[in-house]
Design a protein around this ligand. Structure first.
Ligand SMILES: NC(=O)c1ccc[n+]([C@@H]2O[C@H](COP(=O)([O-])OP(=O)(O)OC[C@H]3O[C@@H](n4cnc5c(N)ncnc54)[C@H](OP(=O)(O)O)[C@@H]3O)[C@@H](O)[C@H]2O)c1
Length: 261
């Protein structure tokens, strides 16, 4: 390991814990910090834990502050943070919507901090066994104080074999609306249909079941955040609805032609 980092993960829920486990495995020191009490979970993961960020900053020299809070709560969490005490640390976010996150970092973080916007495009399910080949999207929003520290953080994902994708937050949101948001919407739609495994599953149907499995495990709040804060998601939802209507219309037209024969 090039440089051991002290990382405080703000938002120690599902995804924050998943990242913590990997960071600890890579030899970094991790402190969780969240609204709920995760003291026992943190201990089991080999991390420290504090519910109060002031206490973390009193006790540790923090290299990286990583935001893994829900998309909807992030602004209010940041507004309550003692940002003036962050010194010149590297602030990273892992929110699944990037333009919004980038704007929050630029608006609220003090000028002496370095800023890195990231989206590991996998989670506790898809990255359970390995991160090999899974996309890690990032934009160095502002890296002036300590570029080497920022590279040491990015290297955690590189060393795990992630597919490293340096991309602007705007491009990320553009692509994510037509990939991630569509996947989540499809999963939730199929869950509404209550599709279930049968004794005669085809490969295609197995894939659909897997989409339901991976998407409905994420919180509805996360899904709503993708909709609310990805500027392209609303249009994508409209397109999906029109696409279903088009398919239905084509079937009905074809049916009508067949019955005229
Ligand atoms: N799950 C994934 O596969 C995945 C992948 C890539 C990126 N992400 C991103 O990672 C972040 C966390 O995702 P998640 O899967 O853990 O689920 P989530 O439901 O999006 O976020 C849960 C986290 O947000 C915190 N939180 C929620 N409301 C809060 C509030 N009002 N005040 C303070 N904290 C609040 C929770 O704190 P407590 O637990 O302390 O209540 C918990 O740490 C999200 O921004 C998401 O977009 C997730």
């Amino acid at each position: 390991m090039a440089r051991p980092l002290t990382v405080v993960i703000v938002g120690f829920g599902n995804f924050g814990q998943f990242l913590a486990k990997a960071f600890v495995r890579c030899g970094h020191k991790v402190i969780g910090c969240s609204r709920s009490d995760y003291t026992d979970v943190a201990r089991q993961l080999g991390c420290g834990y504090e519910r109060d960020l002031d206490r973390v900053l009193d006790r540790y020299r923090v290299d990286v502050l990583l935001l893994a809070t829900s998309i909807l709560s992030t602004e209010s969490v940041i507004r309550k943070m003692p940002v003036d005490r962050l010194g010149d640390c590297l602030v990273v976010d892992v929110l699944s919507v990037k333009t919004y996150a980038r704007d929050l970092l630029l608006r609220y973080m003090p000028p002496q901090t370095d800023l890195l916007a990231t989206h590991p495009m996998f989670g506790p399910e898809s990255g359970k066994h390995s991160w090999h080949g899974l996309p890690f999207v990032y934009e160095r929003v502002r890296v002036q104080r300590d570029p080497e520290r920022c590279e040491a953080f990015i290297d955690i994902f590189r060393q795990q074999g992630c597919a490293m994708v340096e991309m602007s937050c705007a491009d990320h949101d553009h692509y994510a609306a037509s990939t991630q948001f569509i996947t989540h919407t499809t999963g939730r739609m199929l869950a509404e249909l209550d599709i279930r495994s049968t004794p005669i599953n085809t490969k295609g149907f197995e894939s659909l079941l897997a989409v339901v499995e991976t998407t409905v495990r994420d919180s509805f709040e996360l899904y709503y955040g993708l909709y609310r804060y990805n500027p392209n998601a609303h249009e994508e939802l409209e397109k999906m609805q029109r696409a279903l209507e088009n398919v239905k219309r084509k079937l009905e037209e074809y049916d009508a032609r067949q019955s005229q024969r």
